[in-house]
Design a protein around this ligand. Structure first.
Ligand SMILES: Nc1ncnc2c1ncn2[C@@H]1O[C@H](COP(=O)(O)OP(=O)(O)OP(=O)(O)O)[C@@H](O)[C@H]1O
Length: 366
């Protein structure tokens, strides 16, 4: 069956519902979730543990069937209630968290594994190209146990890409790697997918990984996508408190909206409202109490500033310290400060606002 509507999208996930039964009870985990990707686009499902990310991926791979909604790829319907195309017939490749390489096969043989139907020459060309693309040409004869975790994950990626799938799924592919390598490999994988024009969906709970690899990110909460957007908008224009909280670091601080001046006043000073984005919609009153999202990079350390805040906690981040600061009112803030400004706990430091816009939410204390 071909889906004519929205054919500009390569992958269409349309109102899918997925759940599990355990004994006599049935629990719905994914509650009518939708997103689409154009050909060659990289999407990411990002969310806290247990929100249903892997369940969605398993449904796209064909390991779980749908209770409702539909999944289509390249105009081909892969799943709807009562129909699940078999995983091996979907044209979907999967890279798992634990690499799942064949231990008794060499790197070359692992990548060639799914290419039996190709001629010897085609197979050799395909595997050699992928090996050089993932930077492992000199490791072709080695076995998985002789490789580092990052190298094994590159082999797993090459193996999943070898049959040229219509869609690649990556399930927390970097979570077994250390933090520095994770982000580097995520950027490398992005380059490889872009070079091949492969459409991909990644799931992770690590926002740096999501930011490094994805064109579009769906922030998931309790089985639904609460915002589908690019990384910049998720950080700077979160549409809900959940997204504001989950993405980046910041605090909510009380503020008063001054609509005539299009400003919001907080303890640190006044800021322009971001037109149309989360600005309070109520116009009956000229002032309104709101919670203002202040990111750690919105608060600037400035010795010349008359506004002083006390250092309550500090975390060394290499290039920066993440300071937790207390204002005279007791309100706490976060501030990212270059790490050559090494201040002691209890010390008072000058701060000022460094934000050019502000995002507000209805006050939870009002
Ligand atoms: N096979 C299963 N049978 C029953 N319940 C399951 C099964 N697999 C997952 N669940 C439940 O579904 C919910 C969502 O799980 P899922 O693995 O999709 O979440 P996730 O967002 O990928 O989490 P994580 O980041 O921890 O992997 C969880 O409450 C989990 O316990």
């Amino acid at each position: 069956m071909t889906i004519a509507a929205r054919s500009e999208h390569h992958l269409n996930i349309d109102s899918i519902r997925v759940g599990y039964s355990a004994g006599r009870t049935f629990t719905e985990i994914v509650h009518g979730m939708s997103f689409s990707l154009a050909r060659g686009e990289i999407g990411c499902l990002l969310g806290p543990s247990g929100c249903g990310k892997t369940t969605v991926l398993r449904a796209i791979a064909g390991f779980e069937s749908l209770l409702g909604g539909r999944i289509a790829l390249g105009g081909r319907e892969l799943s709807h209630a009562g129909f699940t195309e078999a995983p091996e017939r979907r044209g979907v490749g999967v890279v798992f968290q634990d690499y799942a390489l064949f231990p008794h096969l060499s790197v070359w043989e692992n990548i060639a594994f799914g290419l039996q139907r190709l001629s010897r020459d085609e197979r050799r060309q395909r595997v050699d190209r992928l090996l050089s693309l993932v930077g492992l040409a000199s490791h072709a004869r080695q076995y998985p146990h002789e490789l580092s975790g990052g190298q094994q994950q590159r082999v797993a990626l090459a193996r999943a890409l070898a049959p040229q799938p219509d869609l690649l799924l990556l399930d927390e592919p970097f979570s077994n790697l250390d933090v520095d390598l994770r982000e580097r490999l995520a950027l490398e994988v992005r380059d490889i997918l872009k070079e091949l024009g492969t459409t991909a969906v990644l799931v992770t709970h690590d926002q740096h990984e999501a930011f490094a690899i994805a064109d579009q990110i769906g922030v998931m909460h309790q089985g639904v996508i609460v915002q589908w957007d690019n990384a910049y908008n998720l950080y700077h224009r979160p549409e809900s408190r959940f997204v504001a909280d989950f993405i980046g670091q910041g605090v909510f601080t009380p503020g008063t909206v001054d609509l005539p001046r299009q400003q919001v006043h907080i303890e640190l000073g006044s800021l322009p409202l971001w037109q149309g984005i989360n600005a309070c919609s109520t116009t009956e009153r000229t002032e309104q109490v709101v919670d203002v999202l202040l990111r750690a990079d919105d608060v600037v350390h400035d010795d010349a500033s008359p506004l002083q805040a006390e250092v309550v906690r500090k975390a060394f981040r290499g290039a920066e310290f993440l300071y937790t600061l207390k204002l005279p009112s007791g309100q706490q803030l976060l501030a990212l400060v270059p790490s050559h400004h090494d201040h002691a706990i209890g010390e008072k430091i000058g701060i000022r606002l460094g934000a050019d816009h502000v995002v507000t939410f209805p006050s939870e204390s009002a």
